[in-house]
Design a protein. Structure first.
Length: 346
């Protein structure tokens, strides 16, 4: 765990817990800012043959900071008829779900906040908490568009949580563990048809599972082409319609921080996480190298997610449900069966 092993110091339990909490609290806005600037501003503007924000900071690098300051200054409005307590707590619940995701993601040999034996199960479970915040936001807003958006989000979660979990099952079968650090180690020592290749990322034998996981994550994030819960042409802004100021900012922050977390989980499950065949794998330099390697893989996975976001139009609600139940879930079951057969045979 992320304790004395990194710096050669013996920390008390409360000191270690405080440091871990502060690190995760820093990662959430940092990941959101990186994704927002790199992909929402620069990658999308490049794909659309424009420059994007350029005035606030070098190459527009401070634009999101400026937007954040603007949102904080805006009035915190509560609609007439809204349940004020539930309305106020909804974005906090969504942000808490995002925070908990980062607890089990290993960023290096020793950089892990909590090494749970059921780490990937924990991550998938807490990721589902965000829909509670979305339902709270929609119901408490006293707005029919907000309620419709939140109900769409709940239906979408139920449909795409299944292929997301089933895609992970193939990795778990192959690795033989639910611990994310154990899955990284399994890829470090993996073999292909009984032949050791010095570490084989699971994207090779689990390519189908990787594709299904990315599609499921896209739907969990409510990003195009799965953005029906916030469809501006139908629902204004869905469950976020009545939010303003810093509460709207929290929803925005949670979306991109969750995208960062899902990209990190996908990189850990399918690309070997912090491990690469070359470079240091122990001690201080191993941890620094691991952070860099994991970050590079996160950006690669995120590029795929945002590439789809910027390239495809929104699906209809019936198309979304049919795609999940008629294609993704059967394919994920086929992937599990094939993985099980090869696990027994080799």
């Amino acid at each position: 765990m992320m304790t004395a092993g990194i710096f050669g110091l013996q920390w008390a339990y409360w000191t270690s817990s405080l440091v871990k909490t502060l690190v995760v609290l820093a990662i959430v806005p940092t990941g959101a800012l990186i994704f927002g600037y790199v992909f929402l501003f620069k990658v999308m503007s490049f794909m659309q043959s424009r420059m994007g924000p350029m005035e606030a900071g070098p190459q527009g690098s401070l634009q999101l900071i400026a937007d954040g300051v603007k949102f904080i200054q805006k009035e915190d409005i509560f609609p007439d008829g809204a349940d004020r307590k539930v309305f106020a707590m909804a974005p906090i619940v969504v942000l808490l779900s995002t925070f908990l995701l980062f607890l089990v993601i290993p960023a290096g040999p020793d950089l892990l906040v909590a090494d749970y034996g059921t780490g990937i199960f924990f991550a998938l479970a807490v990721s589902s908490l965000s829909v509670l915040g979305v339902l709270m936001a929609g119901w408490s807003s006293a707005n029919k568009y907000s309620l419709m958006g939140s109900l769409r989000a709940a239906g979408q979660l139920i449909a795409y949580e299944l292929p997301l979990v089933l895609a992970v099952v193939g990795v778990v079968i192959q690795a033989g563990t639910l611990r994310l650090s154990g899955i990284v180690e399994a890829q470090r020592n993996s073999e292909l048809f009984g032949v050791s290749l010095g570490g084989l990322p699971y994207i090779v034998p689990q390519l189908l599972g990787f594709v299904i996981f990315i599609i499921g994550a896209q739907a969990e994030l409510n990003q195009p082409p799965f953005d029906m819960p916030v469809a501006e042409s139908e629902l204004v802004a869905g469950y976020m319609t009545e939010y303003s100021g810093f509460r709207f900012l929290i929803f925005f922050l949670s979306e991109f921080a969750t995208a960062f977390a899902y990209a990190a989980i996908a990189a850990t499950l399918f690309l070997g996480g912090w491990y690469v065949p070359f470079g240091p794998h122990e001690g201080f330099f191993g941890n620094v190298f691991g952070v860099g390697a994991l970050f590079a893989k996160i950006m690669l996975v995120a590029f795929l997610i945002f590439w789809v976001r910027f390239s495809y139009p929104r699906l209809r609600e019936d198309q979304l449900q049919s795609f999940a139940w008629k294609f993704l879930i059967p394919l994920s079951l086929v992937n599990i069966v094939i993985t099980a057969i090869f696990k027994v045979a080799f």
